[in-house]
Design a protein around this ligand. Sequence first.
Ligand code: DGJ
Length: 746
Amino acid sequence: MAIIVNSSETTFHLCNGEISYLFAVLPNRQLGQLYFGKRIREREDFSYLIETRARPMSSCVFDTDKRFSMEHLRQEYPVFGTSDYRMPAVEVVQENGSRISELCYDGYRIEAGKPKLPGLPATYTEDGAEAETLVIMLRDKVSGLLAELSYTIFSEGGILARSVRFVNEGKKDLKLTTAMSLCLDLPDSDYEWMQFSGAWARERYPKLRKLEQGIQSVGSLRGNSSHNHNPFVILKRPGADESRGEAIGFSLVYSGNFLAQAEVDTYDTTRMLLGIHPAAFEWKLEPGETFQAPEAVMVYTDQGLNHLSQTFHRLYQKRLARGYWRDRPRPILINNWEATYFDFTEERLVEIAKTAQESGVELFVLDDGWFGKRSSEHAGLGDWIANPERLKHGITGLADRIEALGMKFGLWFEPEMVNRDSDLYREHPDWILQTPERHACHGRFQYVLDFSRKEVVDRIYDMMAKILSGAKVSYIKWDMNRSITECYSAALPADRQGEVYHRYILGVYDLYERLTSQFPHVLFESCASGGGRFDPGMLYYAPQGWTSDDSDAVERIKIQYGTSYCYPISGMGSHVSVTPNHQVNRNTPLYTRANAAYFGTFGYELDLNALTEEEQAEVKEQIAFMKENRGLFQFGVFYRLQSPFTHNSSAWMVVSQDKKKAIVGWYRTLNGINLPYTRIRLQGLDPDMEYQIQGDPASHYGDELMNLGLITTDTSSGQAEGEEKMCQDFESRLYILSAAGEGAQR
Ligand code: DGJ
């Protein structure tokens, strides 16, 4: 890893064994982007890459030169209106109303490791040798705006992490109206744009389209990163697939409004922007004030999408997630939500917990409904005090009873919300986000607390900390069940209302930071009606997130498959639920529900007492199996093998770091009759290692399994003979591979 500055201080080359990132100071002192891609050798002078040419109708910078126009140059952190007409990375409104600025190079510094971003989640290093950070100072003389661009290159992986800090060094107020975290101008547009979109209960479906001239974008203006679009996109070369080809992934470490946008100009260059959505953002900078934009992470690969995803997984698992639970296999939990909804008593919960404990479950999670007057969606949010009518011994007593059974106890909160029917709202009706003289819309009959205000966050912290200090709570599920509307804070002046969305998220991060540092052994799981805020920002505080409210196995395979493009398996909350499934009313075999949920944190979302004896016995086996293999599932190397979005059958696999163990998950949606022979080519094995597949007397070398493939042909319906198993709809199988001589795993 190196950051090389050439002798005239005009070219910067960040590189490691895999990538090079190059930019230069242009003749007008603004920064030009030169290259991001596979590692290239260093040279003293890369100026030949700055191509200029006199083009008719161009607006030009220098009085005596027809060639130099910002419109035709690839830039590093562009502004609008000084001969560039594309969407800018930054816009600052000055006191005279001007929006023009010129951010010119004014020095650099290099720091070992990676400095923290104050108040914001970000990737980190554990020692200075893991990464180096280059900080470039850009100054606009007229307005006094300083922009510090940070670039961190890690010693391993094709990763570049970027962020921007602004300082008003002038004497007059400034207003940032655009402050993107990343701009990358690419020399061509021969890319496919891959986004991860959906809605409640069908989050993060991959969508692919060819980049075209004009603007294509995804984003969120909902106050959370949203179910609808994820702050992660991939630009891939046509033909690049899971195992080969070039791609760049762009991920924003942020949980609020975002914009990810590619603009292809009519010369077919591509400008990629990623950051806080400018449409609902303004930030006032008084003289001396600073603004820190969130971190954006770019990953380049020339080895296909699985490699791209694995790079993100490793980074986000090891250097974004933090704390006690980061590297630990996650407890197998049971959550009462789908078992009881709001209809429970302490005794009923203990009954559920008891059977779960006997089956091997390690953690009992009490979901919504335990506090205030919460017996439906209409009341109670904000009153984080146990309801004595339901929990006669309070949270402390219930937690003790669960612990006495030999399990850990976990609890649901929705800290950012309030119902009108709550003591908190009656006491502080002005604590919600609402616009004066305007109607306030509700979502699920609840309102969003103004987390831009410290006193609001303090009050919620006090209530939560009291419960956590007084009871044996080992886990928290932090929910967020509506998006923001009428975003306005009663505590801020008119000219700072554009800051509320971002200040709100800063308040959420502040509460997370305080709770996770005060209670470092508590495992946090983020949630927002399932996957409405499933983003890297949350992963920094909560090492796992509830992936979706859809707990049906067939739907979950799609959701987890799409989610895996950026997020690690250890981050995906995934549970076995009852049939018929509560979201799609589908009946799937119990083993298929487990076979989907193993590729995640694993747990149950049902009352095991309601299962038959055979099913209960099956559950016991599932739990024992997961306990033995969760390290592999959650921390192995994950490969997507066949997509459920394009095939009736799909597959994925995990391989241990030493390649001696692997588990393949194979799933088929609808059964067929007299089907063709089928094989799946595995990945990531040691070609020279001999593997035993559980249940198969023959052994197979890694090169066979990766090139000839694993035979998955079965007796589909109506063909089974004698002892053969008759397959059904929603069939699934695990293939468990161990290096010959290492012993089978189950
Ligand atoms: C939405 C979550 O995603 C569910 O799992 C559950 O916790 C409910 N909220 C409770 O209101």
